[in-house]
Design a binder for this molecule. Structure first.
Ligand code: HEC
Ligand code: HEC
Length: 311
């Protein structure tokens, strides 16, 4: 009940202030990052030798062809092991207030330790990582140049985090609309209105249209709970934290199907219907889904410039 009261107070305050300020902020056009570190981080991100059986790299589950996310409902790690969650996008993850579905990592550097060591993802121990990096002429040279010493696990995490910082996707049609550089179609505009008036923006707001609070999946009508999911409950053991997750970003959402922590919604239409039912307590009409999808598509940004060959 407390969560509900809090939610409706927020919804109320939000509707009162929404007219004055837009709930969504554009992604900055540029972000300063260390180019050399980020390029080293990109090589590490794509290197399958950083996994115990030499087959899985970060990019295996965070695909640049799929908006930085995984097209499979749940990820598959080394030796074909299935995980329990859908891989969220790494694009714009720098703007999230915490990392992982349950926010267990405070930043990207801390996050990167997770998959490297997770036995169902890359399954490596620190010593193996350092031994491998030190055995490579390329890495030795790069780490010495950038970090002034031979490769360490900690510096590898630092470089990966710097690369992820560079994975931002500016200049979406919607951001250009916010900056008054372009206009939206009638459908996109209506979708944005619905997004605000139906209450989506109470949870999905800020630069990442999400990524800045924990909320319950199934706030109004409960969503099935599975003890293996990485929710807040798995960290706190508080019953009210079951199915509570970091609100995912809706940036580039048209590219990152399937949806939800369990990858159970194969299309945006299905995800929106479930979201409105479980978290707002009503069924969306078809004539609402169409404009909402049009609006969400306008959140697709430019692909990160660090990935472009002709940059
Ligand atoms: C086997 C698949 C797999 C591999 C390999 C993998 N990830 Fe992930 N990644 C996931 C899954 C699944 C999650 C969500 C897990 C959770 O929240 O409990 C995730 C979450 C993340 C997040 C958090 C995003 C957010 O919004 O919370 C980041 C950042 C990330 N991974 C980066 C990396 C990096 C860097 C590497 C390589 C060192 C990597 N991943 C390797 C599957 C993978
Ligand atoms: C009470 C907070 C809340 C409200 C209101 C809400 N959402 Fe969500 N949304 C979430 C949470 C939490 C998740 C993650 C759920 C999960 O993975 O199980 C989510 C997930 C999503 C996803 C899937 C994202 C992904 O990457 O998997 C979409 C799309 C989405 N919401 C759109 C909407 C739209 C459109 C509305 C309004 C009709 C809305 N949401 C209202 C909290 C909310």
């Amino acid at each position: 009940m407390k969560a509900l009261a809090y939610f409706f107070t927020t919804l109320f305050l939000f509707s009162v202030t929404a007219a004055a300020t837009e709930p969504i902020k554009p992604i900055p056009r540029t972000i300063s990052y260390d180019r050399e570190k980020a390029e080293l981080g990109m090589v590490l991100f794509m290197d399958p030798k950083l996994s115990s059986d030499g087959t899985v790299a970060c990019v295996s589950c965070h695909s640049f062809e799929h908006g930085g996310a995984d097209p499979r409902p749940v990820s598959i790690g080394t030796h074909g092991k299935r995980g329990n969650a859908n891989a969220p996008t790494v694009y714009n993850s720098y703007f999230n207030f915490r990392q992982f579905w349950n926010g267990r990592a405070k930043d990207l550097k801390e996050q990167a330790k997770g998959p490297l060591h997770n036995p169902v993802e890359m399954g490596m121990v620190t010593e193996d990582i350092e031994r491998y990096l030190k055995s490579s002429e390329y890495y030795n040279e790069k780490f010495r140049k950038i970090y002034k010493k031979s490769p360490t696990h900690d510096d590898a995490l630092d470089a990966i985090a710097e690369f992820e910082k560079a994975l931002f996707t500016p200049n979406s049609k919607f951001d250009r609309y916010l900056r008054k550089e372009t206009n939206l179609t009638a459908a996109e505009k209506r979708g944005y209105m619905l997004f605000k008036t139906l209450g989506c923006a109470t949870c999905h707001n800020g630069i990442n249209v999400g990524g800045n609070s924990f909320q319950k999946m199934g706030l109004i009508f409960p969503y099935p709970w599975n003890e293996k999911v990485p929710d807040r409950y798995s960290l706190t053991q508080a019953p009210s934290d079951k199915n509570v997750y970091k609100v995912p970003t809706l940036r580039n959402i048209a590219l990152t199907a399937p949806y939800f922590h369990d990858g159970s919604a194969p299309t945006l239409e299905i995800a929106l219907k479930k979201m409105a039912y479980h978290n707002l307590g009503f069924d969306l009409l078809d004539e609402e889904i169409e404009p909402l999808v049009a609006f969400l598509k306008s959140l697709t940004g430019e692909s990160p410039s660090i990935l472009k060959k002709d940059r």
